[in-house]
Design a protein around this ligand. Structure first.
Ligand code: SF4
Ligand code: SF4
Length: 510
């Protein structure tokens, strides 16, 4: 029987933003197929994937339409059949900003014809490289918002020989309930994926961090059905930031991810439950990632629902599937109130990172207020889940003191926004930290370039100096030899060489 227990380690800081009791379930349904799909070639800051199709080409659901060069980079697939009508820059919500990036635009044909599925790739029977290759080819990435390649993450986990696989079902931000829907309606997908990944990793302990207000029964039954009785479900507080990767690992295991380190440094790999389900689909059923569950919610909509959505579906099609806007609709936000991004319009598409679409009313949005000076109340310090000193960081960021920001671990800030929420002076702390991080990264980039150029210059100078010394040594030893040689012997040697030089070459000689 699967064990269900409470987290042994406490949560630092954070905020109680959600009801401490289970909320009424939302309808769970498939979203209608949209007429247009907009699939960005870039999912994080960095290189854009290379298109594998051309404008005018017909594509099938599950067909790879773009890929990056790295062996474990995740591919991108057409999420329905149709014709590629454009490959052009479009605005997309990426990480913490709306950016205009190249996108493949598909006009769907309504047939939703798919490529045949790939054969199963069971990690219990296949070698690890084949498994990683399958995950990358199937486009599996972290569906908890990070969208980091799952194959790359698991390759690190294998190299580090991790002993713990953690499934993240803590879903701690208000209005995001997509994992709840997955746990209630498709728990068997999670269990099958977990068993496959546990086999791949060499049978580590499996811990599932489950929000305390969610029902564990469907997951317990699904884990038992696939023979994973040894997995443990650990209930975690329904408190914001409990679902942040490093924090969840500490809650479940007591292990601390080192600063600037990775969970694999402490023997853990942590994956969102939706990622685990997608990995199971890719490995056991040969299905690439073409859809995800999105919570569509808010007083600005006729109704709320958890929708299974094709990747690339514009936000407008999701709001239409939920009965359209109400008079209260004021702002579209992709994500939750803490880390979500305000959308400029509803033409922007759902990506692999989109967990929720929140249509907020004006009353739910805080009107901008005048920023007051810091009163050093310490409220921001109390809520910081990573034990930073936000008021100090803010002061250092304002004065541009890079050394102090480094010393006070700005890089450890997870940009959760807890300090912003409690600050009575309305200081935009998180935005200041984001800007400071960007500036530091830029400055470090400049520093790295300067260091690199200097090291190249020094290496060249050293090389030239070495050549000069070698040449001088050679000349000196030749001079020494001449000095030591008997003058008559030297004369004879020179004569012999002259004769050799004057002798005509033999016929046929080269
Ligand atoms: S919460 Fe705001 S006012 Fe209070 S110490 Fe922090 S930054 Fe200053
Ligand atoms: S945004 Fe950064 S500094 Fe503020 S509470 Fe979160 S982790 Fe701490």
């Amino acid at each position: 029987m699967v064990r269900v227990e409470s987290a042994r380690y406490g949560l630092r800081g954070g905020l109680a933003l959600q009801p401490s009791r289970p909320e009424p379930a939302l309808p769970f349904e498939e979203a209608p197929l949209p007429p247009l799909l907009i699939l960005p070639l870039q999912s994080r800051a960095g290189e854009a994937a290379l298109p594998q199709v051309q404008v005018g080409e017909r594509v099938l659901r599950g067909q790879c339409i773009a890929r990056l060069a790295g062996p474990w980079d995740a591919a991108l697939h057409a999420s329905s059949s149709g014709a590629v009508i454009a490959i052009e820059p479009r605005p997309v919500a990426l990480h913490a900003a709306i950016l205009t990036v190249p996108c493949i635009v598909i006009r769907t044909d309504g047939a939703d014809s798919a490529l045949p599925r790939l054969p199963p790739c069971d990690p219990a029977l296949m070698d690890r490289v084949a498994v990683l290759k399958r995950l990358a080819e199937a486009g599996v990435v972290g569906l908890g918002g990070a969208v980091f390649s799952t194959a790359a993450k698991l390759a690190c986990a294998v190299a580090a020989e991790v002993d713990t696989l953690i499934l993240n079902a803590a879903e701690c931000e208000p209005h995001i309930r997509c994992d709840e829907a997955l746990l209630s309606h498709q728990a068997e997908r999670i269990a099958q994926g977990a068993r496959a990944l546990a086999a791949f990793l060499g049978k580590p302990q499996v811990l599932i961090g489950l929000k305390e207000t969610l029902d564990s029964a469907p997951l317990e039954a699904a884990l038992t059905a696939v023979g994973m009785d040894e997995a443990r479900i650990v209930r975690v507080p329904a408190r914001y930031t409990a679902g942040a990767e490093d924090i969840l690992i500490r809650l479940l295991t007591g292990r601390e991810v080192p600063r600037a380190g990775l969970p694999t440094d402490i023997g853990c790999v942590c994956l969102n439950v939706a990622t685990v389900a997608a990995a199971g689909d890719a490995l056991l059923r040969g299905e690439p990632l073409t859809s995800r569950i999105v919570t569509v919610i808010g007083p600005g909509l006729a109704r709320a629902a958890n929708l299974v959505v094709r990747l690339g579906t514009p936000a407008a099609d999701l709001t239409a599937a939920c009965g359209g806007y109400t008079d209260q609709a004021s702002q579209l936000i992709l994500g939750g109130p803490m880390m979500g991004l305000a959308l400029p319009d509803d033409a922007l598409p759902v990506t692999k990172a989109s967990q929720a679409l929140w249509v907020a009313s004006a009353a739910q949005l805080q009107a901008p207020q005048a920023v007051q000076p810091c009163i050093r109340c310490g409220a921001c310090v109390e809520v910081c889940p990573v034990r930073l000193l936000p008021q100090q960081l803010h002061a250092y960021a304002r004065s541009g003191d890079a050394a102090a920001l480094e010393a006070h671990a700005l890089d450890a800030c997870i940009e959760c926004g807890c300090c912003d929420v409690v600050c009575p002076s309305q200081i935009p702390l998180v935005q200041t930290f984001r800007d400071a991080k960007t500036e530091l990264a830029h400055a470090q980039g400049q520093d790295h370039r300067a260091v690199w150029l200097k090291s190249r210059f020094e290496a060249r100078a050293a090389r030239l100096e070495q050549l000069k010394t070698l040449r001088e040594n050679r000349h000196q030893s030749a001079r020494d030899q001449l000095r030591r040689e008997d003058p008559r012997a030297r004369l004879a040697r020179l004569k012999a060489r002259r004769q050799t030089d004057d002798t005509p070459p033999k016929e046929g000689a080269p």
